[in-house]
Design a protein around this ligand. Sequence first.
Ligand code: NAD
Ligand code: MG
Length: 383
Amino acid sequence: MAKSITLLGSTGSIGTQSLDVARMHGYEIFGLAANSRVELLLEQIAEFHPRYVAVVNPDACDRLDAALAGTAGAPRLLRGAEGLRELAAMEGPDVVLNAVVGIAGLPASLAAIESGHDLALANKESLVTGGHLVTDAVKKHGVHLLPVDSEHSAIFQCLQDQHSAKRLEKILLTASGGPFFGMTTGELRGKTKQDALRHPNWNMGAKITIDSATLMNKGLELIEAVWLFGLPEDKIQIVVQRESIIHSAVQFADHSVIAQMGVPDMRIPIQYALTWPDRLESPVPELDFAALHKLSFDVADEETFRCLAAAKKAIRKGGLGPCAANGANEEAVRLFLQDRIGFLDIGRLVEGVVDSDSFGGDYTLQDVYACDRMAREYVRAHI
Ligand code: NAD
Ligand code: MG
């Protein structure tokens, strides 16, 4: 069980909820890292007294430096993307929790693992872009990779019985369907970022909220599940579970299905990643079956939600296919949030990149960065 944590992405949705869990159980915060929200970082520093703070954005780093000048016991400041990596690698914490958004989280994941740290991973883009680098490093350094994503935490929880886990036959990856579930392509055409940012069940960062509306999030999670649990893509079935009560399930050789349930609150999977293999009390309310009324199930519409189809194509292609899909998606979501492309353009652009090459074969970290750049350039050239 973790006692001391380095938390990367502390100012985000997962980051702040991780600090709720840390506060509740009195965990020590060894290091904090974020991109730019200086005011919030200052509050977090005042409360948790980390020894190190990494700030990626240079202006924000200067502002934090100035604000902390002369403060007794102020943390040592680490600068930029290199500072983030340095912090991830630093000896001291029991676990590194990576809640950075996007491929920016990959070098920090690798640095943490290569320094022998257990990694609690919310940053699914680490596995999507560099799946074999991350999983090879985990094996080589003998560390634990603890999923924070609610679906993957659910699957991980369902696989705690080692005997049964050997006879895992299929994963049932649940999806809320997002705010646009059941809509046709025609209905999706005029959707704005305000429409897409209204998620029915979860309150998350902007990027993953858009990913939930396009179903790219489920595509990324399917790829994440392939790397975490070692099943091929065709053994992972996406099941729409509108209420977000069943967080995912596994099916064994005897066709027995085990699911993990709970109210939709990320503090449960965050906490489990920090307390595994133990469980502790939680401020999250219990699931009230009397009030629940019903659980509904449906299938995901890949014909309409092209991001999901493209993500599946990408993992089937293998190699850098998922990295290309991810890079295209990050760039397209950025442009959509700036009102520069329409909602349906996201799927068109992600699919366009995936269809543009065969992507197979082994890769290095440099290849990952080059592929990510290529995918972003493709998107900018095709808007
Ligand atoms: P967010 O946008 O709320 O927070 C992102 C954090 O990353 C912030 O602290 C920000 O400062 C930091 N950051 C942004 N760019 C950075 C950069 N270039 N370098 C270093 N740090 C940077 O995002 P979130 O919703 O908390 O999601 C974080 C990760 O967790 C994502 O990978 C997301 O897919 C995953 N996740 C989130 C949820 C959720 O409920 N929010 C659930 C499952 C998985
Ligand atoms: Mg999830």
